[in-house]
Design a protein around this ligand. Structure first.
Ligand SMILES: C[S@@+](CC[C@H](N)C(=O)[O-])C[C@H]1O[C@@H](n2cnc3c(N)ncnc32)[C@H](O)[C@@H]1O
Length: 207
């Protein structure tokens, strides 16, 4: 998997562009500044945007090429981000360290998505938020007619609303919505797409 992403990112261009995902951007703009974790952050577009807004940003990803590009972008905008090479299975932070965890197109295999996402929840403060955007299972329709629509071709890596409710069971779901949108994120996500957006709050220590 690392080589797949290193190969994709080795092109000079930013595959998903240098602007943040719009749903993430809107969340960041509306919420009080705090400490943010961005797992699977790739080339750094979301991390650099949040850092520009004054957030303290930690990110991780398995891809060295992704990290290199993220650091380059942060330098271009003269902001600091902390970006580790790490995987969901082993990354460690301090308990209750983050105000927000942003899962933006952090697609994982069927056997890992529950365990890897839930592994991050102890790092979130009580009262903190998970903000999520990923492709829904309906994205397969758009992938068939547009090869740049984006998203894994393995339907098990795509999401349904029911699955997200189950994965994040125990969090207070504030928004959970499947919608069609037009993506214009670099060359990787372009055109009509079916996404699921979620905002959920951790309201208990027992996670
Ligand atoms: C579609 S890209 C999304 C990048 C970024 N979140 C964005 O929206 O621009 C998916 C990213 O997930 C990362 N990834 C995949 N499996 C991972 C794992 N087990 N641990 C950490 N990162 C992973 C890949 O390296 C890749 O950068």
């Amino acid at each position: 998997m690392t080589n797949f992403w290193d190969d994709r990112y080795s092109d000079g261009k930013y595959i998903y562009g240098t602007n943040p995902n719009l749903f993430f951007k809107e969340f960041v703009m509306k919420h009080p500044i705090g400490k943010l974790l961005l797992p699977a952050e790739g080339e750094g577009r979301n991390a650099v945007y949040a850092a520009q807004c004054g957030w303290l940003v930690e990110a991780f990803d398995l891809s060295n090429e992704g990290r290199n590009k993220a650091i380059r972008l942060a330098n271009e905008y003269n902001v600091n981000i902390n970006y580790r090479i790490a995987g969901f299975d082993s990354v460690e932070y301090v308990s209750s360290e983050f105000d927000v965890i942003g899962l933006i197109y952090a697609h994982l295999s069927k056997e890992h998505k529950v365990g890897y996402y839930r592994r991050l929840l102890p790092f979130l403060k009580v009262g903190g938020f998970v903000v999520f955007e990923g492709f829904s299972k309906d994205q397969t329709k758009f992938q068939k007619i547009n090869e740049s629509a984006g998203g894994p071709r393995d339907v098990d890596m795509l999401f349904s609303e029911e699955e997200l409710s189950m994965i994040f069971e125990g969090l207070e779901i504030i928004k959970l919505e499947k919608c069609n949108t037009i993506l214009s994120e670099g060359i990787g996500h372009t055109g009509e797409a079916s996404v699921i957006q979620m905002i959920a709050r951790k309201s208990s220590f027992n996670l």
